[in-house]
Structures are given as structure tokens and as C-alpha cells.
Write a protein that binds this ligand. Structure first.
Ligand code: ARG
Length: 462
């Protein structure tokens, strides 16, 4: 296996040692970042006179050629991406390739590549979040008056609307976008030029490479710059949090698409059949998202375990940062897209949902609220309505069945005008406090969500 080191070694490493340490295949995820960082480094070496302008130009031209040709031209019998690119550079520009690594180490190089990769991925992740938010906003608008049961303790609690439910998920994604914004800021600082751990005696210009690569600033301490992986933990944590929320959406789709709920039919394109039961339509994608959330959580704890008590200075242990990073970002971004696909193509069973709000006593609070609005202390109103519920249950009727005569019989102190509040539609229509599902409140919420959505980036909301 080709190596960037070996001058002081008389024996070669075994095949097992090579295989155990090799990362080239997963490193291909950031082959572009590695080239771009090298171009900035070469340019700086030429600008400050560490290399001649001609040497720098040969290096840059070679690196750009490698970029143009793509990773299929790289030889993969090497330890890592840095070796693969340097090896290819030798093939293209000859011995001057050996000057690229002046005033640089793989320690600052890999830290720079990884930070650039995380920045790029977080920006794409934010786009994915925006896309899903856009859909949730559309669905929120479209179904703002579609009645459905709202749950607490997984028991029917109070009627809401499907649109209101979609907006709840919209705001959760907004928080993730804000988190990504904060992580972008901490990540976007430049380790390049820190070399192995203690900087270099060459008169490099770290500000120049930092600016060229679009970083906010060079990291002030070379030892910190080569040792820190907390921004990866941040990114892993974000992916885990997003997956947790996506697993909750998935759980809803799994439950709601079952016969017991019957609230939604998932499209053929996002479901799978059974090899034995011809009638089956399984919500596998939602189940996989739910299952893979475990991996996203584990990826964070894996790297936290690697970093715990790790002495400052580069340690090879930190090579273990990237597989979880690639895995979490890929899974998280795919899952966002899959949720998008499932929601977009779903057939919402509106009648079935609305029917679910009938006869479940979920307007009992409205009756108590009505009495309280007439001057009855709420605690007393709660008691009276509790007795009405018990009476209805023992007579085998539901709240909506109450007639003025029946009400008089059960609770003579309640005026019959109270009956007007017992429908689910009426209940929702009256709930117009800030953040509630009533039509006026929903109109304001939709306006707020639209305004936040149309802003560039993710303004903090809660
Ligand atoms: N594959 C290594 C990593 O990801 C690159 C840095 C290697 N540095 C070293 N001193 N062995 O961490």
C-alpha cells in the first residue's frame, strides 16, 4: 500500500495493519473538500514566497485537474484520501507535488476537510428542512379546517384539525434549522496551517487560507485546532434530534395507516408488500426511519465515547469521527426526503378523521368552559360536566345526543343554550387563543409560519 511516510521504517506493515487503519473508501465522501483546501494552501505558499509562483501554479493546475477528472482516477490502494490525492498529483505534475505538504500536516488537513464537509452538509440539510417545511405549510393551509381528534396520553382529548397538526411539525423543524445555524457558526473556523499540533516555522498566512476557504476566522490555537471534534458531536446531536422528531412523524404514519385508525392511505411508491400476505401494504419506510433513529442516537454516543478523556494533540482515535458523521448525515437527509415523499403522496381520510371526533366526549371541556364563562367557578363546572359524562355513559348515549329535555333531567341547573357548544366543529371554531386550532388563530399562525419560512435562514422562534 502506498504511504505518505516510511522513511524511518525498515520493515513494512502487515496487510492486517494496513487494512485496520485504511479509511480511503469512507474518505471519498470529502474528496472535493480535500482538493479545495489543498488549492488554498498551495496558493498561499506561492503568495507568501514559501514556494515560487510557478511551483504553486503547477500544484494548483494539477489539483484542479484531479478535481475535474473526479474520484474514479484516484488509486484506492492507499491509506486515506490525502495519500490518494497526493499520489495522483505526483502522476500529473511530477516531483513538485512533494512541495504541497510544506507547512502542513494531515492533522490540520483532515480537520480542515471535515469542517468544510460539515459546513457544506449542514447547508444542504437546512435546504432539506426548508423543503419539508414548505410542504407542511401547504398541508397546514389545505387542511386547516379538516377536523380530527387531538390526543393526550394517546387517548382522544380535544378536537383539532389536521392542518393544525401539520403546523406543529413545521415549528419543530424550525428549531432544527436554528440549531443548524448555530452549529454552522462554531464549525466554520479554520484549522489549516496549525500543522501537526504546534504550527510551523514557515511564514505562512493563515488568515489568507481561512478567507479563501470561506471560513469566519483561523482557529487561534494550533493544538486546539487539531484536537477539537466538538463540532462533529454537535452535528451528530442535531441529526439525532431531527431523527427523533422524524421518528415521531413516522410513528403517526404507521399508526394512522393501520385499520384501527384508518386516517391515511400511504401511496404505493412509499410502501412495500408482503411475500406471503397479498393484501398487505406495509409502511416500511416509516418503520426504517423509526429504527434508524436508534443509530443516529448511537452515532453521537460513539463519538462522545471516543473523545472522552482523549489527551490533546492528534490521536488516531479521532479517525473514528467520520463514519458516524457520514452515516448520520446520510440517514438524516434521506429520512427528511422520505417523510416529504410519504406526506406529499398520502391520501388523507378526512371523513374518517372527522368521524373520530364524534361521540368521544372530547367536547366535555367546552361544556365546562361554557359554564365557567357564565360565572360558574371552573372547578364546579368541571364537576358538573363530569356528572353529565357519567350519566350519558350509563344511559349509553354520547354528548352530541343530549337533547334539552335530557339535559334538564341530568343537570337541571345548566341552561339549554349550553348544548350549542357540543359539536367538534364548534369546539375548534371557538378556540382562537394564540397557537390554537380555531380559524382566526390558525390564520395568524399560518401568516407567522409563512413569514418565517420566507426569510433566508432560520430565525429563532422558541
Ligand atoms: N485518516 C486520518 C484521520 O481521519 C487522517 C489523519 C492522519 N494523521 C496521522 N497523524 N496519522 O484522522
Amino acid at each position: 500500500m502506498r504511504k505518505l511516510w516510511g522513511g524511518a521504517f525498515t520493515e513494512s506493515t502487515s496487510e492486517l495493519v494496513d487494512r485496520f487503519g485504511q479509511t480511503i473508501h469512507s474518505d471519498l465522501n470529502f474528496w472535493q473538500e480535500d482538493i479545495i483546501a489543498s488549492v488554498a494552501h498551495a496558493r498561499m505558499l506561492g503568495e507568501v514566497g514559501i514556494l515560487t509562483r510557478d511551483e504553486a501554479k503547477q500544484l494548483i493546475d494539477g489539483l484542479e485537474k484531479i478535481h475535474e477528472q473526479g474520484p474514479s482516477y484516484l488509486k484506492l490502494d492507499v491509506e486515506d484520501i490525502h495519500t490518494a490525492i497526493e499520489t495522483r498529483l505526483y502522476e500529473l505534475v511530477g516531483d513538485v507535488a512533494g512541495k504541497l505538504h510544506t507547512a502542513r500536516s494531515r492533522n490540520d488537513q483532515v480537520a480542515t476537510d471535515t469542517r468544510m464537509y460539515v459546513v457544506n452538509e449542514l447547508i444542504s440539510l437546512q435546504d432539506d428542512l426548508k423543503n419539508l417545511q414548505g410542504l407542511l405549510l401547504e398541508l397546514g393551509e389545505e387542511y386547516q379546517s379538516a377536523l380530527m381528534p387531538g390526543y393526550t396520553h394517546q387517548q382522544r382529548a380535544q378536537p383539532i384539525t389536521l392542518g393544525f397538526h401539520f403546523l406543529a411539525h413545521f415549528w419543530a423543524l424550525q428549531r432544527h434549522g436554528c440549531r443548524a445555524e448555530r452549529i454552522l457558526t462554531v464549525t466554520n473556523h479554520c484549522p489549516l496551517g496549525s500543522a501537526a499540533l504546534a504550527g510551523t516555522s514557515f511564514p505562512i498566512d493563515r488568515q489568507m487560507t481561512s478567507d479563501e476557504l470561506g471560513f469566519i476566522a483561523p482557529i487561534p490555537n494550533a493544538l486546539d485546532a487539531t484536537s477539537d471534534r466538538s463540532y462533529i458531536l454537535d452535528a451528530l446531536h442535531l441529526c439525532a434530534l431531527i431523527m427523533l422528531d422524524l421518528s415521531r412523524v413516522s410513528q403517526e404514519l404507521i399508526l394512522w395507516s393501520g385499520k384501527e385508525f384508518g386516517f391515511v392511505k400511504l401511496a404505493d411508491g412509499v410502501t412495500t408488500g408482503s411475500s406471503i400476505m397479498p393484501q398487505k401494504r406495509n409502511p416500511d419506510m416509516a418503520e426504517l426511519i423509526r429504527g434508524r433513529t436508534a443509530r443516529a442516537i448511537a452515532n453521537w454516543t460513539t463519538l462522545a465515547g471516543v473523545m472522552k478523556a482523549l489527551p490533546l494533540g492528534y490521536n488516531r482515535d479521532t479517525q473514528e469521527d467520520k463514519p458516524p458523521l457520514f452515516d448520520s448525515l446520510r440517514k438524516c437527509r434521506d429520512s427528511i426526503e422520505l417523510i416529504n415523499l410519504m406526506l406529499k403522496s398520502a391520501d388523507w381520510q378526512l371523513e374518517r378523521m372527522a368521524a373520530g371526533t364524534y361521540g368521544d366526549f372530547s367536547t366535555a371541556t367546552d361544556l365546562a368552559d361554557y359554564l365557567a364563562s357564565q360565572g360558574v367557578p371552573f372547578r364546579r363546572a368541571h364537576e358538573i360536566v363530569g356528572q353529565i359524562v357519567v350519566a350519558c355513559v350509563s344511559e349509553g348515549i354520547v354528548l352530541e345526543d343530549l337533547t334539552p329535555a335530557k339535559l334538564k333531567e341530568i343537570a337541571p341547573e345548566i341552561p339549554e343554550t349550553a348544548l350549542s357548544v357540543l359539536s367538534a366543529a364548534g369546539s375548534v371554531a371557538r378556540r382562537n387563543s394564540l397557537g390554537a386550532p380555531g380559524p382566526d388563530a390558525m390564520k395568524s399562525q399560518l401568516e407567522h409560519a409563512t413569514q418565517v419560512f420566507n426569510e433566508r435562514g432560520f430565525p429563532r422562534i422558541a
